[in-house]
Design a protein around this ligand. Sequence first.
Ligand code: PMP
Length: 426
Amino acid sequence: SRDEVTYFGAGPALLPTSVLEKAAQALVNYNNTGLGLAEHSHRSEIANTIINEAKADLAAFLDIPDDYDILFMSAGGTGQFSSTAYNLVGTWVANRRRRIFGTPREEGDGKPAEMQQLHDAVENDLKMDYIITGSWSAKAAAEAARLYGQDHVNVAADARLVNNGKFGIIPDESTWKLSEDAALVYFCANETVDGVEFQDFPQRLLPKPNGEGPIVVADMSSNILSRKIPVKNFSVIFFGAQKNLGPAGITVVIIKKNLIAPVSEQPSAAMMRHLGLAIPPIILQYDSIAKNNSLYNTLSIFDVYIAGQVLKKLLDTYPDKVSGQEAVAKQKADLIYGALDAHPDVYRVVPDKSVRSRMNICFRVTKGGDFEAAEKDFFAQAAARGLTGLKGHRSVGGARASNYNSISLEGAQKLAQFITDFAKAS
Ligand code: PMP
């Protein structure tokens, strides 16, 4: 039964049983309407209420300021690799055009000298900066290069270049090669595969006292809702729901409202084509989603409902909101790392101590020298105790315990105890 298993998978991840039971009921007959939630129209008042409550609860839990909007989108974290590049390149071009033309598009467009200047600006100055600290930020940078060409992607830092070809550290900020006026500076707050987490907001990306600063984009797919974040320092935060929030299928974008360029201010498709730049498919365009309260097209309201119920449960459980969850996340991570560190002859934590993720605890079982054989034994014995989902990502192997919000303190204790017992039996 569910009670006998603690599942440490990296995503999809465990969801609270009480939420699933309520959702199961809602799937069949929502609030005695005679229809289940997956059947109700996304244009209904029910759908709007569910979306608005989920937005309000997320804003309350994370303390999101009023000048940010919350969007529910599809296409996962991967969709946002494209979406962030597409939208913020559009914003960059709009800003440059305003600077060069000094006039609305209609007047400015035709002048060949101005167009040439804009062309040159795009060719020479359009850069997207990526801080690569693991396989997900590497994928995001690769997608930006696929869409706009490698010349427009500036790898401001790459952990592999200073760590013998491997992830596992965050390059010192002083070495980051940031561009002037980048369309975006991108980092992944928690690298799910490599177990590397930013412990603080990067100092070099802080806004200036006048509020101006770089356009900072963060992928928080695997650590959202687990630590307090200074939302005002970010331009865009995105995350797939399937780890700390809800089921796979919805992706949440928290975006500073003044970055959602209205269509009237965006460069036209024709101009972007003229400049040799790609434009977003409408479904990845923030403006179309924002204007329609995330209902530009058919959204899975059932998925939003589950996410909303998880948020209500979090708000009920933690009077001090995300700070309460943060304390528990740390306590659980400390237990598991503590057990691993106590037996250096049997385990080796993969990333450097200074950047260890609280969410994805990546380690090797080194006992006997044949890691793979030792890990096979480790997984089998763990499963016998109901501890499952511990295999590392297929690209890196090893073991990974994903310590998301729905892993209870008892679940973490059980794993720590097993880690200790397995080592002692060696
Ligand atoms: N970013 C991170 C940090 C992830 O962990 C993942 C998925 N595990 C993704 C992006 C991609 O998300 P999706 O599968 O929703 O496209």
